[in-house]
Design a protein around this ligand. Structure first.
Ligand SMILES: *Cc1c(COP(=O)(O)O)cnc(C)c1O
Length: 442
């Protein structure tokens, strides 16, 4: 049973009961099975089929309130810009808009989605290393709140476009603090060798230059060092460098009124200890409290990650001489995080009886023709028969947004749970949509 890529000892895995206990929006009912905010997931699977993403609105609301509360209690007058790329479902954007959040967008498409959801342009921040001319023009025409500039080259582009449009671009410089976020390599963004932000040693000169340009209003600085950061040390290190830079800029008589602290706060996929919004607020306060700057945060994963499950059904159970494989109807094209980042997601049966049954090592895979289409290796799970349902936990962030139609698999349906009711918020993609728009060559 030697699987070379087993890195995590299943003996350390949280049990099904421990996973559910730490997520109070989920609960087992002896008869109805796993409930989300009181709504049986079995009922949603009956109505919507599987695979289906299911989101708890109450969980997003509670997490938003907890984050806003932590920032308030730290005495921070902080703006919250939801990082749209984590989950850009219309229902999610509508909810965060109504909660009063702004948006952090990284493409013209996300900018349009945020505006369409009713997020005021003034509360939109636009980040990203490769904003095209058309995208920057869109941002300037809508007069969005802030463009986070990631290079000298981009600053020149923005200055030129703003002049030609007769607009003033409000910008912050995104600074690369050369800090290791101690997270997965693919989602680290704040090391000197990463493509993001302006090199720390060049930031002061570029800020001085930006401040001298017509049609550019320099608001301040921004940083974002990565995602799924579970300890405070990388945040503290980055914020300390940014606070030093603010002091340097002010020493030169330059105005710095905004400090955008980015996103990145991690969540306990495996019930591991992770730092809290209270800790993050303390780190922000520690670095910037006596600088009189308006601070902002850009949370994505922390707000929406735990709020959704990917509901799937067992297609069949395949016993080989080496392993018991459970093949689901969900696959890497739906949720790519395990394949792409070797991410660990809790997987629990929907049936309460199954959840109590004795567990044994199982590998849970999808039907896609790639060995990377594996949700979990060597995971202790009870026996699950064909058509049994499972919930893949913490699938709300970087889930549906990274889906593809690989293997001609239509995009999954989406359901929304709120106030004890559920509704479909996205139909399963019709198969015809997979070839609509294609033409045979002339
Ligand atoms: C992705 C991203 C975020 C959000 O990161 P999370 O880890 O989801 O909080 C925030 N800001 C920027 C610039 C990003 O690229």
């Amino acid at each position: 049973m030697a699987l070379p890529s087993v890195r995590i000892d299943p003996a350390d895995d949280p049990s099904i009961q421990e996973l559910v206990a730490l997520r109070p929006w989920l609960k087992y009912d002896a008869l109805d099975g796993l409930l989300m905010d009181g709504v049986p997931l079995n009922g949603i699977a009956d109505g919507a089929g599987t695979p289906t993403w299911v989101t708890s609105a109450a969980t997003i609301r509670a997490r938003y309130d907890a984050l806003a509360g932590a920032l308030n209690e730290a005495g921070l007058n902080a703006g919250i810009h939801y990082a749209v790329k984590a989950n850009d479902a219309r229902a999610t954007l509508d909810l965060v808009a109504r909660l009063g959040a702004g948006a952090d967008v990284v493409s013209g498409g996300e900018l349009r989605k945020a505006l369409h959801a009713g997020i005021p342009a003034a509360k939109i921040v636009y980040s990203g290393v490769g904003k095209s001319e058309a995208e920057l023009r869109l941002a300037l025409e809508h007069d969005i709140g802030q463009i986070n500039v990631e290079s000298a080259e981009e600053l020149a582009m923005i200055a030129g476009l703003a002049a030609s449009l007769g607009r003033t671009a409000r910008i912050a410089l995104r600074v690369n603090p050369d800090v290791d976020a101690e997270t997965n390599d693919k989602i680290s963004t704040g090391r000197a060798t990463d493509k993001f932000g302006i090199a720390y040693d060049e930031a002061a000169a570029l800020y001085r230059h930006a401040a001298s340009l017509p049609h550019i209003q320099t608001l301040g600085l921004a940083t974002h060092i990565g995602s799924q950061i579970t300890t405070l040390a990388p945040f503290r290190a980055a914020f300390a460098r940014l606070s030093d830079l603010i002091v340097v800029l002010r020493g030169e008589g330059l105005r710095v009124s905004t400090m955008d602290c980015g996103g990145g706060l991690g969540i306990p996929y495996r019930n591991e200890p992770v730092s809290s919004p209270t800790g993050l607020a303390a780190a922000i306060k520690g670095a910037f409290h006596n600088l009189d700057v308006r601070v902002a945060v850009e949370p994505g994963r922390w707000l929406v990650g735990p709020a959704s499950v990917l509901l799937a059904s067992v297609v069949l159970v395949k016993q080989t001489p080496h392993m018991r494989f459970i093949v689901l109807d969900a696959a890497m094209n739906d949720l790519v995080r395990p394949a792409m980042y070797e991410a660990w997601h809790g997987i629990v049966p929907v049936s309460a009886a199954a959840a109590m049954a004795p567990a044994s090592p199982t590998t849970i895979v999808g039907p896609v023709c790639e060995s990377s289409d594996t949700f979990a290796r060597n995971r202790d799970l009870p026996p699950l028969a064909p058509n049994a349902r499972v919930a893949i936990l913490d699938a709300g962030a970087y889930g549906r947004v990274m889906s593809s139609t690989y293997n001609a698999r239509p995009l999954a349906a989406e359901a929304w749970v709120d106030g004890g009711r559920w509704s479909i918020t996205r139909e399963r993609q019709p198969i015809e949509a997979l070839w609509a728009g294609e033409r045979l060559p002339a």
